[in-house]
Design a protein around this ligand. Structure first.
Ligand code: IYR
Length: 221
């Protein structure tokens, strides 16, 4: 049974006072995270991308199946093809496929079908989910795939912010084109597309407010 023999847990240990301080500082740090649409083309070292991706890959997953792959694109010619394909889909989204209500909800963010950032950001990380694993031609089921890959993506975004970089959870829809362009196997479906880099000089973000504690946190002590 024991593919995974149990070993002693060796996580970090802090005093309670330290723990509370760390939690508070981490919250304050994460509260500074913003989705960024304006990127600099400044170089970002490959090693940094490796570490943020491997942080994402520490995520918990159903039955430890780790049902994800991360494709990192820096090649300008591939970025150009991805941008064109994403813009073709988004043009259709913004011109008929999105409901009036959706367009109204997006209006304050001034987004449109142009996706320059897909060429300007030095790296694009494409997160793929594996609904099943392929063992030769045999399909092996994965569990809680959306939850697992969603959690991994959250860790990825936190790691990117932790490194002082910015990203955007871009979801061109539908995004099957990424599977084709990147030549991924049939069991991988694109989940998110994240441009990663430094913010452009004088980059702006919408002045949005986050929900308050009283609206999101309910205690049952
Ligand atoms: N995927 C489109 C539309 C879009 C949807 C949501 I929800 C956003 O928060 C932002 C944009 C696009 O990327 O333009």
């Amino acid at each position: 049974m024991s593919n995974y023999p149990f070993i002693l847990y060796s996580g970090p240990e802090f005093t309670q006072v330290e723990s509370v301080k760390r939690a508070e500082h981490y919250y304050q740090y994460m509260d500074k995270r913003r989705s960024m649409r304006f990127f600099s083309d400044k170089h970002v070292p490959e090693n940094l991308i490796r570490y943020v991706v491997m942080t994402a890959s520490t995520a918990p997953s159903g039955a430890h199946k780790q049902p994800w792959t991360f494709c990192v694109v820096g090649d300008p010619s591939i970025k150009k093809i991805i941008r064109k394909a994403a813009e073709d889909e988004e043009y259709l989204n913004y011109h008929g496929r999105m409901s009036e209500e959706w367009l109204k909800d997006l209006a304050p963010f001034e987004t449109d079908w142009h996706k320059d950032f897909l060429e300007i950001a030095p790296w694009l990380i494409v997160v793929f989910k594996k609904v099943y694993d392929l063992d030769g031609t045999e399909k092996k089921k994965n569990y809680y795939v959306n939850e697992s890959v969603g959690i991994a993506s959250g860790l990825l975004i936190a790691a990117i912010h932790h490194a002082g970089l910015v990203t955007l959870t871009h979801t061109p829809s539908p995004m099957n084109f990424l599977q084709d362009i990147l030549n991924r196997p049939e069991n991988e479906k694109a989940f998110l597309l994240l441009p990663v880099g430094y913010p452009a000089d004088n980059a702006t973000v919408p002045d949005l407010k986050r929900k308050e504690e009283k609206d999101v946190l309910f205690w049952y002590k």
